[in-house]
Design a protein around this ligand. Structure first.
Ligand SMILES: Cc1cc2nc3c(=O)[nH]c(=O)nc-3n(C[C@H](O)[C@H](O)[C@H](O)COP(=O)(O)O)c2cc1C
Length: 166
């Protein structure tokens, strides 16, 4: 199974990236950093078609499992990640061929916060989006970094999660 991690943090080498790197050490995955891409806000008039969204999603749809990795910003996915999801709307309206390629693919999600939190609703947008797009939802994992590095217990959670994604 070809896998890709799509990271949506406001800093490329921050805590979410530490989690991503640890996951990659247990699971072979390619990687895209959305913060390196110029992806503009959704526009009803599609005045953003020269940005990086199309080339980015074209790459992503070639994978069997797409793992979204986002920090927790204000109890939600990051703005960068949300903008990316908003733009998937383009694949339903203009680039329908690409939208169809998402059918039958697999999605998973990882969040990274500052503590272990009880926020059941966090992953609903991922689960519901997968359902809407005809994708199979593999599941999710919440991780956190309290000091500089993830604790051993968080690393164990990631290891277990990586087994589910194989
Ligand atoms: C704008 C902003 C909002 C945040 N909101 C939350 C929050 O609601 N819950 C939480 O646990 N942590 C919150 N945090 C902390 C981050 O989730 C945490 O530090 C995370 O590990 C940062 O990952 P990053 O380095 O990839 O950005 C917030 C941080 C920022 C910058």
């Amino acid at each position: 199974m070809k896998r890709i991690i799509v990271q949506g943090s406001s800093r490329s080498n921050g805590n979410t990236n530490k989690i991503v790197q640890f996951l990659q050490s247990h699971l072979e995955c390619d990687f895209i950093d959305l913060s390196e891409c110029d992806i503009r806000q959704y526009d009803y008039k599609n005045r953003n078609q020269n940005d990086d969204f199309l080339t980015t999603i074209e790459k992503i749809v070639e994978y069997d499992l797409i793992i979204f990795a986002t920090p927790v910003y204000w109890y939600s996915m990051s703005g960068i990640m949300k903008t990316f999801f908003d733009r998937i709307t383009d694949c339903l309206n203009i680039d329908k061929e690409i939208g169809r390629k998402l059918h039958g693919k697999n999605m998973a999600a990882i969040s990274c916060g500052s503590d272990s939190f009880d926020n059941d609703g966090f992953f609903i947008p991922f689960e519901k989006s997968a359902e809407y797009l005809g994708m199979y939802y593999f599941g999710h994992l919440h991780t956190w970094v309290e000091e500089n590095d993830p604790s051993n217990s968080v690393l164990e959670l990631i290891k277990d999660f990586s087994k589910k994604l194989k």
